[in-house]
Design a protein around this ligand. Structure first.
Ligand code: 9D3
Length: 240
């Protein structure tokens, strides 16, 4: 999979993605990252990429031309017209099912805005998807793009090894993870739950599922409701 990122801060993207699992996936060739500096495509003699908004108002806008030319340079390297994800507070809120959908693509283009925004005309021309990561105000789209890439990357075959397994975890089945413990058996007078030391695998599985359910009900009642609805639907499917 190839992630192209159109940004004024390509080093921020390169730096942020160069750790742990993402770094390993890139070294293994499962993932390729292509940060593109929009400023490299300016035709302005002073390398300017922004200007004042028509009609007045605070701040500066990114101009259409450098953004468009940066996109066209990326598109020329793609085998088909790629999805172009514009990171914007106005987008649909990112979630795991969107991540699964994007993970099916061969290449993705992320467009990160800065300043007060981007000239609407280039957005109309190139953007296929608008995505936000939640209702809070950041200074630009770079961190949201990295959040999306991290989420999508771990769904790509060959990115996670079995130990990191993406299967039986939070949000897959609308349940939070059960509590986990490692050595020592006693820490600050607190014991590891006895069932985990019993070696009885069926009991351990049962305990973990119970804890997952209990946790979800207490910490994330919204998820718990989805879990209940879906398990109810699964039960009625089985009866048919
Ligand atoms: C100063 C302009 N703001 C008017 C109220 C709107 C605005 C535009 C762009 C506010 C913040 C930003 C920068 N944020 C993003 O580009 C962004 C973002 C976010 O701030 N929160 C959650 N998801 C995202 S995706 C991109």
């Amino acid at each position: 999979m190839v992630f192209h990122v159109l940004t004024l801060f390509p080093e921020m993207i390169r730096e942020g993605m160069n750790y742990s699992i993402m770094k390993r996936a890139m070294e293994a060739g499962a993932l390729h990252l292509n940060p593109v500096n929009i400023r490299d495509y300016t035709i302005d003699k002073h390398n300017k990429v922004d200007d004042y908004p028509y009609g007045g108002g605070a701040g500066m806008l990114m101009q259409a031309q450098p953004v468009y030319d940066a996109y066209k340079a990326v598109e020329a390297t793609c085998s088909k017209r790629p999805r172009v994800i514009f990171l914007t507070p106005q987008g649909k809120t990112f979630n795991q099912s969107m991540a699964r959908e994007f993970a099916a693509e061969e290449e993705l283009v992320f467009l990160c805005g800065h300043y007060e925004g981007i000239d609407e005309r280039v957005l109309e021309e190139i953007v296929t998807d608008e995505v936000s990561i939640g209702d809070y105000v950041l200074t630009g789209g770079e961190l949201p793009a990295m959040v999306m890439m991290d989420t999508i990357a771990r769904l790509i075959p060959g990115v996670l090894n079995n130990e990191d397994s993406a299967q039986d975890e939070s949000f897959a089945g609308n349940l939070l993870e059960y509590p986990q413990y490692t050595r020592p058996e006693v820490w600050m007078d607190k014991l590891v739950p006895a069932v985990l030391l019993s070696g009885h695998h069926a009991n351990i599985e049962k305990w973990r599922l119970e804890k997952s359910i209990e946790r979800t009900r207490n910490k994330r009642p919204d998820l718990y409701q989805k879990y209940e609805e879906e398990t109810a639907r699964d039960r009625s499917k089985k009866l048919k």
